[in-house]
Design a protein around this ligand. Sequence first.
Ligand code: ATP
Length: 458
Amino acid sequence: MPKVLIVDDEESICWGVARVCEKLGHPTRSASSAEAGLREAASWRPDLIVLDVRLPGVDGITAIESFRALLGPVPIVIVTAFGDMATAVRAVQSDAFDYLLKPFGVQDIQAIIERALKRAPRSIEPPPSAGSDLIGASTVMQSLYKRVALAAASEASVLLQGESGSGKELVARAIHRHSARSKGRFVAVNVAALSPSLAESELFGHVDGAFTGATRTRPGLLAQADGGTLFLDEVADIPLPLQVKLLRALEEGAVVPVGGDEPTPTKFRVVAATHQNLSQCVAAGAFRHDLYYRICAFEVAIPPLRQRVEDIPALAAHFMSLAGRSSVRLSEATLDELRSREWPGNVRELRNAIEHACVLSRSGVIYPEHLPPAQRRLDGPMPATSELAAVAARRADELLDDPASEAVVYERLMAEIERPLFERALARYGNECAPAARALGLHRTTLKRKLDELESST
Ligand SMILES: Nc1ncnc2c1ncn2[C@@H]1O[C@H](COP(=O)(O)OP(=O)(O)OP(=O)(O)O)[C@@H](O)[C@H]1O
C-alpha cells in the first residue's frame, strides 16, 4: 500500500490527515519540520507527501526541490493558509500535485490523496513573476489568491463577478501580470462607458472611409490587446449585435474592422467583469448564451468588503501610505467604526474614506469624526435594466407556472412592480399624491385609483 509522509508543525493537522490515510489503508509518518521530513523521506521512501508551507526552519515550498532530488516525481500536496498572493503564486509555480487551503474538510483531503495516488504527477504551468498589490489575508482573500494564481496559469477566459469597487480590475491586472501574456498589453475597456454609436469601431477598429469622419484606418481595442489581455469591464452592457461580433472574433481568433471584409488574426485573452448576475441576464435574453459560455470558462468571485472586515486595518494602512501619510494612525474608535460599516461601495469607498480622513486629520491620528458619512446601500449604483429584467423574467416564470395565477399573471406582476415604485415616489414627496404623480408622469387621479386598487388587493 502506498505510504504517506505528513510534514506539518500543527499536530492536529498531522493527526487528522493520518486518520484519513489510515481509513484509506495507507501507512503514515509525520514530521514537524522540512528538515525532519527530508530525513524521514530518505529512509522511509514515501509515495506521497502532504506538506505545509509555513514551517519552522526551511519553508515547505523551498523544501520541494530537496524532496524531488531525494524521491523523484512523487506527488506532493501542499496544505497551507496562504498569507498573501505571493505565496499562492509560489505554490502554483512549484510543481506540487495540488494544494489545499486550511482549514479543510476530511472529504477534501481524502479526495486529493486518492487522486494523487491514482494519477501521475501533474504540473501547473508557472506564472513568470510573483508580487502583488492586492491587500488582504482573510480566508476569503486567500481563496481568491488561489483562484487568481490558477487563472493566471491557464489561457481560459475568465469571468470576474463582484460588487462595484470590490477590486475586479485589480484582480484582472493580477491575472495578466502573472500570466504567460504579461509581456503583451493589458487593455481595459469599460463597455458601459463606450458611446453606443462608436462602440463597434472602438472595439473592432475601422478602415479608411468606413463612415463619415473615418479618414484613416484605425485598429480597435481588440487588436491592441493582441498577444495580451483584454479586460472587458461591465461586460453585461455589451449591445447584442456586438456580442455576436465579439463571439466570432474569439472563436476565429480574428477581427474584422468596421467597413472591412478581411479578418486580421488577433489573439487576445478575455478577462471579463460584471457586478450583475450574468446567467440571469442570459435567462432574460439580454446576453447571448453562447458568448456567456465562451467568456466564463473560469469564474472568479470577488468577495464584498463586508465579508472580509479583518482586512480593513491592512487596507486602511495601505491607502494611508498611498496618500503619503504612512505615519498617521487610526484610533480604536475609528477602527471599530470602519469595521461596523456596510461598505456598499466596497474597497473604493474605504479608500475614499481614508483619503478624506487624511486630509481632515491634522494631529496624526484619525478619529471617527474625520470619516465621511457611511454610504447607504440605497445610494449605491442601481441595478442595471438587464438585472431588473432578469428578476422580472424569473418572477414571470413562477407566476406562469402557478395555477393560482391563471389569467391574472399580468395584473400580479404589475402590482409587484407598482407597489415599490409608488411607495418610493410618495416617500420622496411627503406622501403628497400630486407631486408624486407628476414625478411619475401619471395623472393624480390615476395614481390615486391605482393606490386604491393596490390597497384593496392586499
Ligand atoms: N484587495 C485590494 N487591495 C488594495 N486595493 C484594492 C483592493 N481591492 C480594491 N482596491 C482598490 O479599490 C479601488 C476599486 O478597485 P477596482 O477598480 O479594481 O474595483 P472594481 O470592482 O473594478 O470596480 P467597478 O465595478 O466600479 O469597475 C481601486 O482604487 C483599487 O486599487
